[in-house]
Design a protein around this ligand. Sequence first.
Ligand code: TLP
Length: 344
Amino acid sequence: MKTIDLRSDTVTLPTAAMREAISNAELGDDVFGEDPTTIRLEKMAAERMGKEAAMLVASGTMGNLVCVLTHCGRGDEAILGDQSHTFLYEAGGIATLGGVHPHTVANQPDGTLRIEDIEGAIRVDNVHFPRTRLICLENTHNRCGGAVLSPEYIEQVAALAHDRGLVLHLDGARVFNAAVALGVDVKELVWHADSVSFCLSKGLSAPVGSVVCGSKEFAAEARRIRKSVGGGMRQCGIIAAAGIEALDNMTARLADDHANAKRLAEGIAEIGGLAVEPQRVQTNIVFFDVVGGAVTAEQLVARLGDSGVRILQLGPARVRAVTHYGIEAEDIETALDALGKAMC
Ligand code: TLP
């Protein structure tokens, strides 16, 4: 029986082409700047994002950490969403390792931060306050159900940031999902941001790695910060080779994941005891609630697990299913069947 693992798109395994690219990768010592495959990935990533420079990092968490620490010094403040991955799920790294003070603003259900809330969070120059230095956005927004931020909204936040002498960082872990959902070139989503971090190891299916992009000056400083957090990697062309394959061949197919997520949400809406808003599913993430009290979220996750379908519990009644490479349309029907039975 095939396990239908919908816990996350991080569970994706490398494609056959990636495995081949990994085994044939030309390698060198990247801390000496001599790994040709890593250099090739970084050039390619910078070009795709429309930025001057890029740098491979070990993970999305490291990407955000390195970007925040590059922009901010100790005692500086970063404005970010109260549902953002950086605030909730990155072990407080910006504070513990960088001394950066997180100032949260409520995420709206569509993943945005209200412009007036951001304005209200920017500090005036006063000895009592930390210095506001950075605004962070997340696109797509994980906790907001894979919600997509529009190029217009990002431009508006960037204009506010730049007007007030601040910088904008974009956690674009799933920015290619956003670009595919909107039918725009990914450049349009990152154009106005001073830095962006995107993941190779989620929907793009590479086994490891994320890339941070920005200006040449940004990337040079980010390289020093990456070293300081232990992220100077040696023959990382092994990782980059799969990343090149991911950028070349794995972005357009994200549309299939979005269609599967939509179908999953529509099917869930038909099952008693489950509450979902299919119209809010824009990309590959489906959040839904177990309601009514007949079955708990824990029971649902356990029963599904027994029938080979895995989902993630992310709140007392809240669960998440994520579609990705390796999950086919018929797997969604199997999962819906299992969900229906688990709720009886
Ligand atoms: N998200 C993971 C978990 O950590 C929750 C997931 O399964 O969705 N930014 C965003 C928006 C993310 O969703 C994630 C991972 C990261 C950053 C961190 O990436 P990694 O896991 O590579 O450190």
